[in-house]
Design a protein around this ligand. Structure first.
Ligand code: MCN
Ligand code: CUN
Length: 783
């Protein structure tokens, strides 16, 4: 393959043979193992910790507590959202599973055994579990470690124009309103999180192998947290078995492993188990939303008003761009031409695990997109208009691009009505509605759900977007070696997205060389340029653009070298893939391979051209890219049991130019499965004591092959006008867009039974309760 198109993933050669190297595969001489003692309580004061017996265990080499870390100034670490998080608890524990002590031992089993020998005295406190009561006057203050903190309030944030929105609501013929919960879910990557930390006391160098979506950001943060100079830290993120946002933050045990290595003088491995991953690492969503949509009687949507209560758990660790505490939630008008919008988000602390961004969310667009798509369906029901028809009346048209939405973001390109029409044609909408009518007469409940979404992916620009002060721009460095083989070094980190393939394709496309001749290096801070990493589907929009520009620079440098080699003016040279040749004399030219050779040889180079054949770029994107899609889900619901069966799922996506359509489709398949999971089964629930009820895959259900239908995909290609390849991101699109299609389908099925709304996940119990008119509050096991 010498460019864009379908090709098998290069990395699969090792993955399908079981030859990947994941963090847990890293084994260093003399390496020690570790385990974390975690709080059984959601909220308790620690009165004493006795580690004597654990220290006496013959295979234990070190036991760390919060007090030990305090001596080093490491009991707390800064979070990605300007809060602080306990590394090991000193004063109180604030969620179930919080880190209390860290044991380093000769093997993993002894480390685990020794946890039972640590004696902690807790004085249980009332937990705050329901975000809706977190700001009440009589509830305990969770973050009394923060000076002067007297409540559980984190932030208030608003966007849009409140008074313009209110005016439109006053003049509207119809208003629909709905409270909805986008419940707490977990990204649940196949590989859990972990590190191997190796501190060399002689050289002062710290090497950390980590499951990391952002190795450079992690190195900088580790430097800031530990005080070790940044240039002495090397973060290596080897193969990563799925991230989905879960591997963006630094977790307390990473810091403990570093300290453990310093204390013992040996490398220390820490790898969490499934329950630790589910119960304590970055969760997603947990947004209590109230949405109101105003419209004229003929279905022209006017304005949107939204209030959100965001449950951030015990520490504010959400990884949002610094200027946007609620992420890009305010791209809340979705794909519609609304005149005004206003949204206000309040963040609160609760006694739950921290996190708050993750799981293919594009910085909270998942929640925003779900909200408006549910409201559009409710409005369609209210007006008695077909939901597809109502969308056609309000979708942006292609002439409106670039389009500035009501909250100020500039959407780059698209043809929305065409995408919706393609989805309707693919599913056979008219016939399906006729079938639904027929079957309703027989008390059978077929539902058809539409959702249309606009994503905003590829953060920066760095002027607007940074994380803890680091602007979101990414580097790429490309070098052609003397034999013409290329090595590309990038700052982003694949976790299953296939970067080793698609980034080689970008180089191949720009230079006309074969993808086999391009090696992609990533995941090692000593060998790659700085950049903020892979999340927010930013790799292709940002690092892909950097790669394209770097390759174009190599091509230009090759032209100058070719001009010396061929003794002609550079302006007389003409590019055909892989070769510069003399205009009008195609036989007289030099291939890139010959030019690479000459660049390392004795050719007299033109003035200002240094030797070797390389190019680099730090790409600061001028805007986000705005992929979008139209999804249609068809379900059958059994009203007797509440069981939902997804019969069909049609997805039309437009992510601009597709570098590798097979990989793009794989991303969409995965995201659609995510969406069905969240809509129908995934839920991180808690009981009234704050016990997490989702600690295993028996309790936290993720979809398997039997839960998903054969996907029916179709595509449009509207290039992004500002991306050098015309590509937009795709990694999170289907996860963001699909839950609303599923929920809309179930609500459509149940409409004859008078059901208007039910919160996710639509488990059989939730559906059955909705039919009985008793909505289930599933996120809290109370009643
Ligand atoms: N691609 C393409 N043409 C396009 C757009 C993308 O060929 N127009 C290719 C890319 O080159 C890349 C893949 O599709 O190989 C995804 O690209 P992109 O949309 O740029 O997203 P990222 O690579 O930045 O991946 C991040 C995104 C996020 S944020 C989550 S969360 C998620 C997702 O990717 N996590 C995943 N998909 C995942 N897929 C797997 N297997 N594992 C995860 O953890
Ligand atoms: Cu929000 S999950 Mo992805 O951006 O790593």
């Amino acid at each position: 393959m010498t460019g864009f198109g379908r090709m098998p993933r290069k990395e699969d050669a090792r993955f399908v043979r079981g030859r990947g190297t994941f963090v847990d595969d890293v084994r260093l001489p003399g390496m020690l193992h570790s385990a974390v003692l975690r709080s059984p309580y959601a909220h308790a004061r620690i009165t004493s910790i006795d580690t004597t017996a654990a220290e006496a265990h013959p295979k234990v080499r070190a036991v760390l507590t919060g007090a030990d870390l305090e001596e080093r100034g490491l009991a707390w670490m800064p979070t990605l959202s300007h809060d602080r998080q306990a590394v090991l608890a000193t004063d109180k524990v604030r969620y179930q599973g919080q880190e209390v002590a860290f044991v380093v031992a000769e093997d993993r089993y002894s480390a685990r055994d020794a946890l039972a020998l640590i004696d902690v005295d807790y004085e249980p406190l009332d937990p705050v579990v329901d975000a809706r009561t977190a700001l009440d006057a009589d509830v305990p203050v969770i973050r009394d470690d923060l000076e002067g903190k007297r409540d559980n309030h984190i932030f208030d944030w608003e966007a849009g124009d409140a008074s313009a929105t209110d005016l439109l609501f006053e003049s509207a013929d119809v208003v629909v309103a709905q409270d909805m919960l986008y419940p707490r879910v977990h990204p649940a990557p196949l590989e859990t999180c972990g590190v191997v930390a190796d501190h060399d006391a002689v050289t002062g160098k710290l090497t950390v192998w980590a499951t990391s979506q952002a190795p450079h950001a992690h190195r900088t943060l580790l430097a800031l947290v530990t005080g070790i100079a940044e240039h002495r830290i090397r973060v290596i993120s080897p193969d990563v078995g799925g991230g989905f946002g879960n591997k963006v933050p630094i977790y307390p045990a990473y810091v403990c492993a570093v300290v453990g290595s310093m204390v013992t003088g040996a490398p220390v491995k820490w790898v969490e188990d499934r329950s630790e991953n589910l119960m304590t690492t970055a969760f997603a969503r947990d947004y209590h939303m109230r949405g109101e949509l105003a419209s004229t009687s003929d279905g022209t949507m006017l304005a949107l008003r939204v209030r959100v209560l965001a449950d951030h758990g015990a520490f504010n660790c959400t990884a949002q761009p610094s200027k946007y505490p609620a992420g890009f939630f305010h791209v809340v008008t979705g794909s519609y031409d609304l005149r005004a919008a206003y949204c206000a988000v309040t963040g609160v602390f609760t006694n739950k695990a921290p996190g708050g961004v993750a799981y293919a969310c594009s910085f909270r667009i998942a929640e925003a997109s779900f909200l408006i798509e549910r409201l559009v369906d409710l409005l369609a029901g209210e007006l008695g208009v077909d939901p597809a028809e109502l969308r056609f009346r309000n979708l942006l048209t292609s002439e409106q691009f670039p389009y500035v939405c009501a909250t100020g973001w500039e959407y780059d390109s698209g043809d929305y009505p065409k995408a919706l029409q393609l989805a309707l044609d693919t599913v056979g909408y008219t016939e399906l509605r006729a079938e639904q009518e027929r079957r309703r007469a027989d008390d059978e409940y077929l539902g058809i759900g539409i959702s249309f979404f606009t994503e905003a992916v590829g953060a920066g620009p760095r002027k607007h977007m940074d994380i803890v002060g680091f602007g979101m721009a990414d580097g790429a460095e490309l070098r052609l070696h003397p034999t013409g083989k290329a090595v590309l070094r990038i700052s982003v980190q694949t976790q299953g997205q296939g970067h080793e393939t698609t980034f080689a394709q970008i180089v191949a496309h720009e230079l006309g060389i074969h993808t086999d001749d391009v090696e992609v290096v990533h995941g090692d801070t000593d060998n790659t340029p700085f950049g903020l990493g892979t999340y927010g589907s930013r790799s292709t929009p940002v690092s892909g653009a950097a790669t394209s520009v770097a390759a174009q620079r190599v091509r230009e440098k090759a032209r100058l070298i070719a001009s010396a080699l061929l003794e002609v003016d550079p302006d007389d040279l003409e590019w055909t893939p892989g070769r510069w040749s003399v205009r009008g004399a195609p036989d007289s030219g030099a291939s890139l391979k010959e030019i690479a050779r000459a660049a390392h040889g004795d050719v007299d180079l033109p003035d200002g051209v240094d030797g070797h054949l390389d190019g680099s770029c730090v790409y600061n994107p001028p805007n986000l890219t705005f992929p979008y899609g139209a999804y249609i889900c068809v379900v059958e619901v059994d009203p007797g049991t509440g069981q939902v069966k997804v019969r069909r799922f049609v997805a039309v996506d437009d992510c601009g130019v597709r570098i590798n359509p097979s990989i793009v489709e794989g991303q969409i398949h995965g995201g659609l499965a995510d969406g069905i999971g969240m809509a129908l089964m995934e839920l991180m629930a808690f009981d009234t004591d704050g016990n997490c009820l989702g600690g295993s895959f028996m309790d936290y259900l993720v979809p398997t092959a039997v839960d998903v239908p054969p996907w029916e995909l179709a595509e449009l290609v509207t290039p992004s006008p500002h991306h050098p390849l015309g590509a937009k991101g795709i990694g999170e699109c289907a996860t963001v867009g699909s839950p609303a299609a599923v929920v809309n389908a179930v609500m459509d099925a149940l409409a004859p039974l008078g059901v208007r709304h039910a919160d996710m996940p639509l488990t059989p119990a939730a559906v059955w309760c909705a039919i009985q008119g008793r909505p289930l509050r599933a996120d809290l096991a109370i009643e």
